[in-house]
Design a protein around this ligand. Structure first.
Ligand SMILES: NC(=O)c1ccc[n+]([C@@H]2O[C@H](COP(=O)([O-])OP(=O)(O)OC[C@H]3O[C@@H](n4cnc5c(N)ncnc54)[C@H](O)[C@@H]3O)[C@@H](O)[C@H]2O)c1
Length: 335
């Protein structure tokens, strides 16, 4: 069978995808697009690609392309995803899926209409440690999970985006754009969020026009509860933390430390056991490999459009809650 052709639009984060996706068994990189002509030329030379263009319409029109990886700023995800579906392509869209619940709904509807696969690139689900944690949460090792806590801590002061889009509230919201990592991770362990209560404030990044510090209390189904912290202006290093509390054990880890910790009921005096962590270096390649497998073998992607939409909807429920002084707000989970 011929390999599927991958085309990537947006060559900053997209360049990372390129570097990691050079040796996939069932797909190959065939096309790039960016409005920055220099970047396009540099990437084409480095990877010797048949299609390299500054015009997205040209990328989606190419017969060589089967999968479009939308790796542009958040406000372009909707338009480029719809165009790709209209041209008969499958779409892997960077996180967050889109800016609003309505945009997510349009993307879900388009995937259904054109019968194509849609996956949201929530890359944490392909980090080896988070994968292991998920296995232990669901194979009985930790018992019944009753509490999950995640955080996304990333100072964005020096990362406004190529034209400052990250500080434009029309183009990106902190809780959706960055916070989706922590919300998605919490949802992966806890399931659909039923209600949210949130508080937020704004002591950092003055040019960021929305609150940049968030805390969310989550109620999942089956009496499970959760907590999410998101900060875009914090005075501390980047990190994504995860705690999973179960009736037989507790797991504490993150995506930057060399080890994680687990405490199990059987262990005398509840000592923490140090768990060495596998490298996370190939997460982007695993993510694309999974998506290709879903296309080739007609499977549902781990984070399909509906799942990606629920994460954005959870963030919007939190934004509404914060505006209402922490009131409980129901999350839209029907798409
Ligand atoms: N998974 C992760 O951990 C992760 C990390 C970083 C970024 N991202 C996501 O990737 C996306 C891009 O973020 P970034 O950090 O690369 O942004 P960036 O501003 O650094 O780069 C955006 C790139 O897109 C190009 N571009 C802009 N408009 C375009 C258009 N209309 N057509 C083609 N190219 C266009 C720009 O020239 C630039 O090269 C965002 O949605 C972001 O949330 C994900």
């Amino acid at each position: 069978m011929a390999k599927l052709g991958i085309g990537i639009v947006g060559l900053r984060m997209g360049y990372g995808h390129f570097q990691q996706c050079k040796e996939l068994p069932d797909a190959e990189l065939v096309a790039v697009c960016d409005i920055n002509a220099e970047l396009v030329e540099k990437t084409q030379k480095e990877f010797e690609l048949p299609v390299a263009t500054t015009d997205f319409d040209e990328l989606v029109a190419s017969d060589e392309v089967d999968i479009v990886s939308v790796t542009t700023p958040d406000h372009l995800h909707l338009e480029q995803t719809i165009k790709a579906f209209e041209a008969g392509k499958h779409v892997l869209v960077e996180k967050p899926m889109a800016r609003t619940i309505e945009e997510c709904q349009e993307m879900v509807d388009a995937a259904r209409k054109y019968g194509k696969k849609l996956m949201v690139a929530q890359v944490c689900r392909f980090h080896k440690f988070f994968e292991d944690a998920h296995k232990w949460a669901f194979d009985g090792t930790l018992g019944d999970v009753y509490f999950v806590e995640t955080s996304y801590i990333h100072n964005y002061e020096q990362i406004p985006g190529f034209d400052g889009w990250r500080f434009d509230p029309e183009k990106r919201h902190v809780l959706i754009g960055g916070g989706c990592h922590a919300i998605d991770l919490a949802r992966w362990f806890g399931g659909d969020v039923i209600t949210v209560s949130a508080f937020s404030n704004h002591f950092n990044i003055p040019q960021q026009q929305v609150d940049d510090m968030w805390i969310l209390n989550l109620q999942f189904a089956n009496d499970v509860i959760g907590h999410v912290t998101v900060s875009a202006g914090c005075q501390r290093p980047y990190g994504l933390d995860l705690e999973v509390w179960g009736s037989k054990g507790t797991l504490v880890g993150d995506n930057t430390s060399p080890s994680a910790q687990m405490s199990l009921r059987q262990v005398d005096r509840y000592r923490w056991m140090e768990l060495p962590k596998a490298s996370m270096a190939k997460a982007l390649a695993s993510e694309m490999e999974h998506f290709v497998d879903c296309i080739v073998n007609d499977k549902t992607p781990l984070i399909d459009g509906v799942d990606g939409a629920k994460t954005v909807a959870t963030a919007w429920a939190a934004i509404e809650s914060s505006e209402k002084g922490g009131a409980l707000v129901e999350v839209q989970n029907e798409f």
